[in-house]
Design a protein. Structure first.
Length: 255
């Protein structure tokens, strides 16, 4: 399977790092395959993904934060254009961005969303598991989102949630591959085929990168940034590594 994820940006943006907002070339998920996946809706449209932590909190990328009074989330969705009654829509109470995040591309790209009303857990809506603090993920992970399926600079957004499988690279490999970026950080993780044949250079911003063991999904990454043009060799997608922020997440869910 060929996975290419691109951004609609000007030609001047080529070869620069940018936040992700689209997914290309994945396959349709089965209905409610990932009950922790949510859609962030701003002014009536999908802008980012996120993952359910508990009934009151979602984790996403800090660069996805918008005015709370204009933002809502949809949980339990499969087809965003054909809702079937299993969805739960909640208004956002507040975005809690990491205090060290400085906007744009860079480290600390993580945020919590607190909901006005709690979610009701069932087979369609449920939480993802968190990794152990400081643990570096290994193996093949799953990325999912409603990002664009286009291979050029003109977005084609799917109605059905998409997924793809990506190999996770070692910390040493990721630093080497992104040495020229100036922004790759030890709190990141990168994933994708190095020949570009199954590469993530953009996903649905804030969306989940998970490892699956039996029936347990563990959130190891939050889609953060990448480089265009898409499908370039040696340019795997970059994610915020969740295990770097366990203390921060737990502290801010208790406020």
């Amino acid at each position: 399977m060929k996975l290419f994820i691109c951004l609609l940006l000007s030609a001047l943006a080529f070869a620069k790092a940018h936040p992700f907002n689209r997914v290309v070339g994945g396959i349709d998920t089965s209905p409610h395959e990932f009950p922790y996946q949510i859609s962030i809706q701003y002014n009536g449209g999908h802008i980012c993904g996120g993952s359910i932590l508990n009934e009151n909190f979602i984790v996403t990328a800090a660069h996805c934060a918008k005015p709370a009074n204009q933002t809502k989330i949809i949980a339990g969705a499969h087809n965003l254009k054909k809702l079937n009654g299993n969805e739960q829509v909640r208004q956002v109470k507040q975005f809690i961005n990491h205090e060290a995040y400085s906007n744009g591309v860079g480290p600390y790209d993580i945020a919590l969303i607190e909901l006005v009303e709690p979610l009701v857990f069932n087979r369609y809506v449920n939480a993802v598991s968190l990794p152990k603090e400081g643990e570096y993920p290994e193996g093949k992970a799953i990325v999912s989102g409603w990002g664009s399926t286009s291979t050029d600079f003109f977005p084609i957004f799917p109605d059905i949630l998409q997924k793809a499988i990506l190999p996770i690279h070692t910390e040493k490999e990721c630093f080497k591959l992104w040495a020229d970026s100036g922004v790759y950080d030890k709190s990141n993780v990168c994933a994708g085929e190095l020949d570009g044949s199954n590469s993530v250079c953009s996903g649905d911003s804030g969306g989940p990168l998970v490892l699956k063991e039996k029936n347990t999904f563990t959130l190891v990454g939050v889609v953060s940034w990448g480089r265009i043009p898409c499908g370039a060799r040696d340019r795997p997608g970059v994610f915020t590594r969740v295990s770097s922020y366990i203390d921060w997440i737990q502290k801010n869910m208790k406020h």
